[in-house]
Design a protein around this ligand. Sequence first.
Ligand code: ADP
Length: 412
Amino acid sequence: MQTGIPTRLWIAAVVLLLAAAAVAIGSGIGPALIALVGGGVALAIGRLASPVDEPTPAPAPPPPRDPVLPEALDQIVAPILLVRHGRVEFANRAAIALFGGHILGEDVRIAIRHPAAADRLASGTTGVDDRPIELTGLGTPDQRWEMRTGDVSDGRRIIQLIDRTGSYAAERMRVDFVANASHELRTPLASILGFIETLGDEAGEVPAVRARFLKVMFDEARRMQRLVEDLISLSRIEAEKFRLPNDPVDLGPLIEEICAELHAAGGQRGRDLVCKPAEGMPAVWGDRAQLSQVIHNLIGNAMKYGRAGTPVVIALGPTADNMVRLAVTDEGDGIAPEHVPRLTERFYRVDSGRSRSLGGTGLGLAIVKHIIERHRGRLDIGSKPGVGTTVAIILPAALSSRRNEGVTGPGA
Ligand code: ADP
């Protein structure tokens, strides 16, 4: 125990008392008293002047562990590891789900098992280089991760993995879309340029040949025009996707209008149209021009891919959950089930040659999907190979005078 009075001062006090006693025995009590007082003063001065032995500082207590911290880290959806001396000391729930519970206590480089990660983790502290590292092959083969590391002041290292699969897929889609669109435009353009060149030769002087070439060039130019129009449509719809359409639109009269227009346009397929909108249907919240585009696209597909001479039926009716359902049914070859989930991808076609020869751009159902998403509706494609296809859109009914006042369906 520390008393505060060092040992050497005790020894000096005892020596002083002995000296005073010796003086008292030899010369009487007066000089002894003086010696005692003088010695005491000297001792006090010495005590003040000489430093007291410093107590050895006790080691700093470890920083208090926060009992809620592991629980809090478990709530974070990104996998997180805490590493001490190169070993995994803690892994949150997401990290255990990704790597397995066995990683606790393991060398972190073995736990993560990725060459790029191992290089970074072998490099001691990370204060120098905190650039994220891209990792693939953790979890499922197509998952993409970004690994970030940081140092905690108590010597531990924190490692977090951020799932970038979604943004990587979006970037891939964007790149593929640009490549596909360029390819779709380049093909008719090359054909037009080829025919212009040929028309410049003697072939252009034969009226029948010239007429045939001009017809092909016109068709190819029309194809380019349709594609450009669909691309513009798609980008407009995407730009507006967060703006909810809020005009009440009566689908019954809109269907009648479109059917009348297609009948008037003539042609066999126009006569095959059968319009059956139910009476007294509630309006839907919508953008009339966009809903008209959806109906045109669905009827157009049913006419293209349905067998000639068979009916194309447009029906409108209620659903059990207060929505309005518009369905277009054809009697065509139908679609094999494996294609159905991909039909709304841009430029996805079951049979590219057939689609092109029928004037398809491969963007019709992608446009439909985006418009219906903007309307907070659903798209439902049902098909039986050899029997036919029904494509239906289901939209929230406008049951009150203003959007969001009444039951308007999901997401309203
Ligand atoms: P396209 O311009 O090629 O018609 P869409 O995006 O409208 O493009 O449709 C994508 C593909 O879905 C079509 O190429 C076709 O293969 C298929 N498809 C769409 N509607 C039907 C239908 N009613 N019957 C059969 N196949 C269809």
